[in-house]
Design a protein around this ligand. Sequence first.
Ligand SMILES: CC(C)(COP(=O)(O)OP(=O)(O)OC[C@H]1O[C@@H](n2cnc3c(N)ncnc32)[C@H](O)[C@@H]1OP(=O)(O)O)[C@@H](O)C(=O)NCCC(=O)NCCS
Length: 157
Amino acid sequence: MIQIKKAQKKDISDIALLWKDKLQACWTKQMIEASFKKEGIFTVMAACEPCLEKSQENVGFLMASFEAEAELYALVVKKAYQRHGIGELLLKNLIDFLRNKEIFSLFLEVAEDNVAGRSFYEKMGFEKIGERSSYYLKKIEGKEDLRVKALVLRKNF
Ligand SMILES: CC(C)(COP(=O)(O)OP(=O)(O)OC[C@H]1O[C@@H](n2cnc3c(N)ncnc32)[C@H](O)[C@@H]1OP(=O)(O)O)[C@@H](O)C(=O)NCCC(=O)NCCS
């Protein structure tokens, strides 16, 4: 069973690992820890409980900032758990939280070549409102680093 829980200090290593593994612009453990002390940062974990042989396993997370409007920094679900509605669950949890704060708009940036991410956000009702060229640095072994365009998406709710 998947539970969405507020992230705690004990989750920092899992967040850093998930982030580094799946997204190009990731934060270090120190940056994640510092974000826990800041106002206006929302971080939740998707925990599988009980999970196969383990009693609990973090299988995804979401981090966003919020002020007058909100920005999604990262949303990752472990490969083996993708396409089971966990990404949607994490996003809905954030949107419920934002509505309670009377924030009704969410922005994000997604790499143009991130097919899964783009399909997911399209399904979740996000619309493209802009582009940032040469935004992400993609490291490809044996080749020159590649600059990838970011698409700026927004959802109003
Ligand atoms: C994007 C991501 C978070 C989606 O998480 P998920 O738990 O697999 O998503 P869900 O199961 O909730 O998917 C909901 C819908 O989104 C769409 N979708 C999700 N992944 C997709 C994929 N790989 N290809 C096409 N459509 C996809 C589908 O319409 C899906 O509904 P369906 O399974 O009934 O067809 C996940 O693929 C991921 O962690 N990717 C790596 C990190 C990343 O790129 N994050 C986004 C940028 S911040």
